[in-house]
Ligand binder design. Structure first.
Ligand code: C2E
Ligand code: CA
Ligand code: CA
Ligand code: CA
Length: 276
């Protein structure tokens, strides 16, 4: 049997208590942050593999507490997802992203598509479709450009309900993308049932595409699947020229990654998009 030091269970409980305390603190601070305008959106460009032509941007949330180091979304999004706070934040993100996009359209700046991350709780929340519909009345320029990124986890609970939601979303002129595709537990069956427009290939498949033949084979297979099902594909997390060359060889349509551009504030994006 495992040797347990005397009193170590007390330490473990303390650790758990600290963890809960920490989450509570983040959750409280986050509510304040939303009210105090400490949240902002960065935008990461996406481009075509064949010629690097910009095809869109993904909005990525940033929490910049004044005078402190930025808190990465990987830390605060999971905490927000435990409560309905994620819906308030998510709706704010949608509003902010659409108003930015509308500004760009007005200024004649072409960005292509606008991708926004939607968490499962937000997607299934009662007011979501109504919020989206109102938003598109306010910013009609976003119609046919807005793409909602959801993870496979969204469909695990209730496929029928998900299907009818997605149909409503499609009616509004909004497209749907599966984020982190291939990393979840789901089978491919839902792809047959749901109106999916785009797959985002997770960085974990891309990272070793040039070292592991298995990874390259999986990517090639997913690209074939997407082609057959008439879905667009964005490969995530491209950091090297070699990775890009391999994606080009496999005829991947588009990509996103530090090799080309990091997520950046709106003002920088405008500069970045200006032709040389
Ligand atoms: P994600 O949706 O998979 O977003 C891609 C993440 O990969 C972003 O991290 C992006 O900055 C990072 N990335 C892009 N290119 C590269 C690369 O070449 N190399 C590496 N190492 N990383 C790259 P970020 O911005 O820290 O966001 C992390 C996650 O937080 C996102 O993953 C998404 O799940 C979540 N998130 C961000 N913004 C929102 C939001 O507004 N709503 C919701 N629900 N989730 C969000
Ligand atoms: Ca995403
Ligand atoms: Ca990802
Ligand atoms: Ca696209």
């Amino acid at each position: 049997a495992k040797q347990v030091a005397p009193g170590s269970h007390v330490f473990f409980n303390q650790e758990m208590a600290d963890e809960i305390q920490e989450r509570l603190r983040i959750s409280n601070d986050l509510q304040q942050a939303l009210a105090n305008n400490e949240l902002t959106l960065y935008f990461q460009p996406q481009q075509r593999v064949s010629d690097n032509k910009p095809v869109g941007v993904e909005a990525l949330l940033r929490w910049l507490p004044p005078g402190k180091t930025p808190i990465p979304p990987g830390v605060f999004i999971p905490v927000a997802e435990e409560t309905s706070l994620i819906c308030d934040i998510g709706n704010w993100v949608l509003l902010e992203a659409c108003s930015s996009f509308d500004r760009w359209q007005q200024a004649g700046i072409k960005v292509g598509s606008l991708s926004v991350n939607i968490s499962a709780r937000q997607f299934h929340s009662a007011g979501f479709i109504a919020h989206l519909s109102l938003l598109l009345q306010q910013y009609p320029s976003c119609r046919q450009h807005l793409i909602l990124e959801v993870t496979e986890g969204v469909f695990l609970e209730n496929l029928t309900e998900s299907r009818s939601r997605m149909a409503q979303i499609k009616t509004l002129g909004v497209n749907i993308s599966i984020d982190d595709f291939g990393t979840g537990y789901s089978s491919f069956a839902y792809l047959r049932e749901l109106p999916v427009d785009e797959l985002k290939l997770d960085r974990s498949f891309i990272q070793y595409i040039d070292q592991r033949p298995q990874d390259k084979a999986i990517i090639a297979c997913l690209l074939n699947l997407a082609r057959t099902l008439n879905m667009d594909v964005v490969a995530e997390g491209i950091e090297t020229q070699q990775q890009l060359a391999t994606l080009s060889e496999l005829n991947c349509p588009s990509y996103q990654g530090y090799l080309r551009a990091r997520p950046m504030p709106e003002a920088e994006l405008i500069e970045w998009l200006k032709p040389l």
